[in-house]
Design a protein around this ligand. Structure first.
Ligand SMILES: *[C@@H]1O[C@H](CO)[C@@H](O)[C@H](O)[C@H]1NC(C)=O
Length: 210
């Protein structure tokens, strides 16, 4: 295992600047949307920026997150195209695994966007657009974070498709970044819903005592 890893690592060219640029954009994206969304939740900075419209602000953030996602994907493809391929990763089985991962990853991402809608996908709850019911249908009955794991699978699939150990390394980074992001996002989102439930309970109690 250790020798396989060091063998793979010997196919990563750490002197290429594009590798660093790709790594930076992978780390930047979730950092960006978490910081901005929390500022929106606490101070409504985006709603203020968009003339008081929460909807416009939410869609503007959605468009921005989508765009920086495209940039990240482009930088990733550019980075791995400048890296050596590994002969071990160019067999038929690896190629089959690559296409399977790409297909499954895209199904997870597209179906979760379909289920949640644009606002649900792009942090609408931070703007006060809360869902009444938790979405439990596919793909949420398969994984709690289909967007993140689907995206990770697509990175892995692309790395294998081109047989690039550097792509595997960047995929590990994507995975770690999402693990950290979920540890920040899940408790915060739960807090938003818990607050709504408390306020509803308080309003109900207020009505009863009147
Ligand atoms: C998830 O839901 C889909 C569609 O309702 C269903 O076909 C699938 O078997 C479910 N998967 C699991 C693991 O429960």
């Amino acid at each position: 295992m250790a020798s396989l890893l060091s063998n793979l690592a010997s196919y990563v060219d750490f002197d290429k600047q594009s590798l660093l640029v790709s790594a930076a954009s992978i780390a930047f994206n979730p950092l960006f949307w978490n910081i901005v969304a929390r500022q929106e939740y606490r101070n409504q900075i985006l709603t203020k920026l968009f003339g008081g419209s929460r909807i416009v602000a939410n869609y503007a953030l959605a468009a921005t997150i989508f765009s920086i996602g495209l940039v990240r994907d482009y930088l990733y493809k550019t980075a791995i195209s400048e890296q050596p391929s590994h002969p071990l990763l160019q067999g038929l089985h690896v190629q089959a695994a690559a296409w399977t991962l790409l297909a499954a990853g895209n199904i997870l991402v597209v179906s979760s966007t379909w289920q949640l809608g644009i606002q649900g996908t792009f942090l609408g709850d931070y703007f006060g657009f809360l869902k009444e019911e938790m979405v439990t249908g596919f793909p949420f009955n398969v994984t709690g974070a289909p967007m993140y794991w689907g995206s990770t699978m697509s990175f892995l699939g692309t790395a294998l498709l081109f047989g690039k150990p550097a792509g595997l390394l960047l995929t590990v980074e994507v995975f770690l970044v999402y693990v950290v992001a979920l540890r920040f996002e899940d408790p915060f989102t739960s807090g938003i819903y818990a607050k709504r439930d408390r306020e509803r309970a308080a309003a109900k109690a207020g009505k009863k005592s009147n």
